[in-house]
Write a protein that binds this ligand. Structure first.
Ligand SMILES: [Zn+2]
Ligand SMILES: [Zn+2]
Length: 274
């Protein structure tokens, strides 16, 4: 789980490395001060659920607010479709159920097999940024292949992926509205990449947060002025309009975040807001 020394040496000189590490040391000290909680077998499931709900809440508030405030409706990708409380509640129930009966047993087994080791030193900032970016690119590629396969093979679509397509107009809480197999696959892709790269636990946590945040943004149904696809240049990032079109049209935009795989495979469809 620790970053290896050669990686650090390649990225910066010892003096710079010390400064880069010091950037994140207060944050890491804050995290490790809660070691009994972090080492608990309940931590991964609590972290996952709390982060998911925390990213969903602002969009849920926006859904209720923009019904009353027409000025906000211009940011809604499908302004004719608003989720009701009756549509949100089953998503929350399914998410709680999946976290209790599926994610907790899996993370508990992982906790038994590989207890988390918390090093004293924080990772270097450039290394964290680089590894989070690589983890996202790898996750994007893995999910693109999984997603394409589950649309091209009718049996896979019907059995495992159709559940996630229940909502043609997505809202934040539909992010994890999916089959057990889909949730396990995505969880596996998210977990394996930091492991393969030998990430520091702090890098791993940051990647999980960024990944959950971006997947919620993808399903939020909003194209806001600060949406990620507006911050990444050259149309490299698809984001919410890109994924919204996937739920609307089914036959394009299989990559969750970036656009290069869909462009390479001829499955890219331009969204109206790009
Ligand atoms: Zn799909
Ligand atoms: Zn989706």
């Amino acid at each position: 789980m620790n970053c290896s020394l050669p990686h650090r040496v390649l990225l910066s000189s010892p003096m710079e490395a010390q400064q880069d590490r010091l950037c994140l040391q207060p944050l890491w000290d804050f995290v490790t001060a809660k070691e009994p909680l972090i080492q608990s077998p309940f931590f991964p499931v609590l972290f996952s659920f709390a982060a998911y709900m925390a990213f969903c809440l602002p969009y849920i508030a926006l859904d209720f607010l923009s019904i009353r405030l027409p000025d906000l409706r211009k940011y809604k990708i499908q302004p004719q479709n608003y989720p009701s409380l009756g549509m949100m509640v089953p998503c929350i129930i399914q998410s709680v159920y999946h976290h209790v009966v599926l994610i907790f047993p899996v993370t508990f087994l992982h906790w038994c097999w590989r207890p988390m080791h918390l090093p004293v030193m924080a990772p270097e900032l450039p290394e964290v940024l680089l590894q989070v970016a690589v983890c996202l690119l790898l996750f994007d590629f893995e999910y693109f292949l999984w997603h394409l396969l589950h649309h091209k093979v009718p049996w896979l679509y019907k059995t495992f992926h159709k559940v996630h397509h229940k909502h043609v107009s997505t809202f934040a809480l539909t992010t994890q509205y999916s089959s057990v197999w889909e949730l396990l696959s995505l969880g596996f892709f998210a977990a394996i990449n930091p492991l393969l790269l030998g990430c520091h636990p702090l890098t791993e946590m940051i990647f999980f947060l960024v990944n959950i945040g971006l997947s919620v943004e993808d399903h939020s149904g909003y194209d806001l002025p600060w949406s990620t696809h507006r911050l990444v240049p050259f149309g490299l990032y698809g984001g919410a309009p890109h994924h919204d079109l996937h739920h609307l049209k089914f036959k394009s935009n299989y990559a969750p975040y970036f656009t290069h795989w869909d462009k390479l495979f001829g499955t890219f469809m331009e969204s109206h807001s790009n």
